[in-house]
Ligand binder design. Sequence first.
Ligand code: ADP
Ligand code: MG
Length: 697
Amino acid sequence: MQGKLINNSAKVASELNATFASKPVLAKLSRLGVTNKFELLLHLPLRYEDETHIYPINDAPEGKVVQIEGQIVHSEVLSQPRRQLVFQVADGSGVLFVRLLNFYGSQVKAFTVDKRVRLLGEMRQGFYGVEMIHPKCRVVHKGDPLADTLTPVYPTTVGLSQQMIRKLLEKLLNSHENIEFFSDTLPGSILAHYQLAGFKDSVMLLHKPPPDVSADSLQTRTHPAWRRIKFDELLAQQLSMRLHYRQRRSRNAPALPAKNKLTGALLASLTFGLTNAQKRTLAEVSQDLASPYPMQRLLQGDVGSGKTVVATLAALQAIENGYQAAIMAPTEILAEQHFHKLSGWLAPLEITVVWLSGRQKKKQRDAALAGIATGNALLAIGTHALFQEKVEFDRLGLAFIDEQHRFGVHQRLALSQKGKKASIVPHQLMMSATPIPRTLSMSYYADLDVSVIDELPPGRTPVITKLIAESRRDEIIMRIRDVCHTGKQVYWVCPLIEESETLQLKTAIETYETLSQMLSELKIGLVHGRLQAQEKSAVMKLFQQGEIQLLVATTVIEVGVDVPNASLMVIEHAERMGLSQLHQLRGRIGRGANTGICILMYQEPLSEIARTRLKIIFEHTDGFEIARQDLNLRGPGEFLGVRQSGVPMLRFTDLDKDFDLLDAAQSVADEVLSTHPQLARQHLQRWLGEKSEYLRV
Ligand code: ADP
Ligand code: MG
């Protein structure tokens, strides 16, 4: 769908203006993310209070919020053990103690003997018998009517009371001018087919649930009304992804069909054959490249599954069509490693590969830039330096983003706009070793095509993981000596110190010094983020060549580094690291013929979450399983990382529990787009409004 989605009349009808609420109230609402009527309508309760009936004291369940009504039979202000207002309420069935620890003088006056009160709170066993601490309480008269619906409790903000929000919603729900605005965006046939509740009925019910509705199904958000809201939320996401996808298909990219000249030559020169998974994913990429619309594909594969060679073959397909390719990597070390590896592979084919780094000497850099601009350099490799303004490609046909989860949406975009003519967009292949669980790739990444390398090259044995307490450090150090004496190499990963990079550096240097003393006969190197690019690469080269036996490193080696002879890794303070980071680090070993061993050293006491993480990484080597558990642990917002913040998060849906809805939303999105485009437009406008722009990058 091209052009503005915003339908002006719909916009006016949904505006929240001064006739609806005062300016200060509108300002507070907007702090809650409520800027129009639809958003107010979707300001759904966090939970409900049940004031529709009264429990007798002796029959009220403990540990649940209940309503009690009775007469005050005793009331006093105690000063021991701390100042509190205590009164006893009797209802004929029993007596309840009420304690208010913070109270006003007005309450002392209100809650006196003989007054009739209604209390809402959790009952529990106290010192004198059953009690409620800080219940909601008010004076009533015999026979005052009870609420006839569950009472919604809304998210609030400072200066905006529950009462106020309830009033605003009441007004909104009762206003007749809004009929249009409650209308269903789904045709009856779809509602029936997917057994979905009507939209208006659903929001009405959630704001004003009748007393016979199961409070539990509201609380757990499994009630059909909740399911409808979640469905709509997912549908909006799917629609916007589908539209983005279609929009991309309407742009032009160079068609780069496989010619099997350069690719064939590289394949012939490799010392290994491709795995079936590599062949399959390469064929998917190759087919995309041959078509005249920009590819946007995500190549997923666990650490070590061999994404680089697939990318290189794809690059050659672009190059044999007379186009340039570019690979963007998240760190200098990784960019340089790619540069060396690919130069090695491509030099015999007489292909010029250049490398662009932020810290290069000007002369080198100018030469690289010139090569890129004239088209003489057929493959350019670099960090984000690649998409700075000065970099101008002659004929960029294909851009790669390695370890894509390390980049934000905007950086990805910048590279895709590097084509000379704005009308022609390069193809894009993103690579990720942080496997994205299916739920997430179906939702947040639904606008991408995904290829998965689900097989490791043959001959790899899974890394053995050991959990060892910090107190056994010396023992581990002796183990390193033994391993190095057999000709293998070792990584020692220094602790992550999030609060301070300086402190982290200091620790790394100290570790290097102590290890050098204790293992004086070994050749030891140190690499960390503050080293100059040349220094870093010199150290890495020595390690690659086996001139360094033990490499002390900060987490700069986390991504992509490939030294097959390294077979032991020690990670200090593993309890501080995230799951994906541990998995990535561990993936650096066990790449060659030797069985890799990864020692996770931890310091006690362990927090609950750290213990869980270590258990997961200890028990699993499959990156997809680890990612799935990581997602469960942290939720999608955290899992995807702040860098992905261009994507609106799901507010109501829990992808893990509501997976069936996601499947349905995906089918419905396609159906609605082709049969009811007008409704699709209306749905998106309601749910995403201006934000839908964001999804179109
Ligand atoms: P990743 O997917 O983590 O980026 P790499 O592309 O760095 O993995 O590959 C890991 C290692 O496996 C490299 O040394 C690479 O040359 C090697 N490799 C890739 N494909 C194969 C294969 N089919 N058979 C054997 N080794 C392979
Ligand atoms: Mg890689």
